[in-house]
Design a protein around this ligand. Structure first.
Ligand SMILES: [Zn+2]
Length: 301
């Protein structure tokens, strides 16, 4: 799994401060998470192939998280895209995107499929053979979800030495990968655990932006491999965090600690701060390891 940050600032875009957008590569998928203004330029800059994006997840309808979406949809049409595009986001997203297209006399030559979210409980919103995506209900000024991306447990691995030593016919390999016991050439039952090894451990990624400090998400993101959590403010501006329903770096670190996340990445910084290292220092007093998001930064999960 690989996460590429395209933008990680709040409020207004600037030359060196891009708004929230990320690309998660997971099991042959390229998922786009949030789509702040200018996201398509960042996608080009970091050489993400547009046509590999088939699913876009939008956390909430504040502009710094989705104002790039209509532009990207429009560009997909100009690039003569023909593959379906699934967009997951709060109720109202379809209305706003379709209205912009309608008033501009625009259309898409691909299927645009909206999956509008309204639940205040965590729900499974995407699943296939290899991955699943759950919402993480967040507390913000408008209806907001984070997203938990999880790899599914893969097949068991064949131990070829053991298989040859036990005279197992090739016709049984499929069953072995699925965990079944099999019968060897001599008609004797051989246990699966004697012929296979455990599948590759699965990984998970949690995206949490934007939210006020909210411990109720901890059980949902428990033991996550990488947690991206917003930290709009430093503690010295903590009085600004609650009214705007945002977090400080220290609060984000506290969530990571309670969830026993294996790694924390901070983002959604207010553009008032020049030295983002202060966020890292503040969070590290509570939890480690901590990293700071930055446009173009890639995290291996
Ligand atoms: Zn917001």
């Amino acid at each position: 799994m690989q996460l590429t940050i395209l933008g990680c600032h709040s409020a207004t875009p600037r030359i060196s401060a891009h708004q929230t957008a990320q690309v998660l590569e997971i099991k042959n998928h390229v998922f786009l998470i949030d789509c702040g203004e200018g996201t398509q330029v960042q996608l080009r800059k970091y050489k993400v192939k547009f046509n590999r994006i088939k699913h876009i997840f939008i956390s909430h309808l504040h502009g710094d998280h989705y104002f790039g979406l209509i532009g990207l949809v429009s560009t997909f049409r100009l690039l003569t895209r023909d593959t379906d595009l699934h967009i997951y986001g709060p109720k109202g997203l379809e209305e706003v995107i379709m209205l912009q297209m309608k008033l501009g006399g625009s259309w898409t030559n691909f299927k645009l499929i909206f999956h509008e979210l309204t639940s205040k409980e965590s729900e499974l919103i995407y699943e296939d053979d290899t991955v699943e995506v759950h919402t993480i209900p967040l507390k913000h000024r408008v209806y907001t979800n984070g997203f938990l991306f999880k790899e599914k447990v893969g097949e068991r691995k064949l131990d070829m030495n053991a298989i040859l030593n036990n005279d197992i016919d090739v016709a049984y390999y499929r069953k072995l990968k699925q965990g079944a016991d099999v019968i060897n050439e001599a008609g004797v039952l051989v246990k699966n655990e004697d012929l296979t090894t455990d599948p590759t451990p699965t990984k998970s990624y949690a995206f949490c932006s934007d939210t006020v400090y909210n411990e109720s998400i901890v059980p949902i993101i428990k033991d996550v491999d990488l947690l991206y959590h917003e930290s709009t403010f430093l503690e010295k501006h903590e009085k600004n965090a609650f009214p705007t329903k945002h977090c400080t770096a220290k609060q984000a670190a506290s969530i990571a600690k309670q969830a026993q996340a294996k790694q924390l990445v901070l983002g959604h910084f207010s553009t008032r701060y020049d030295d983002l290292n202060e966020f890292k220092c503040e969070a590290q007093e509570v939890y480690q390891p901590v990293d700071i998001a930055a446009a173009g930064k890639v995290f291996q999960i």
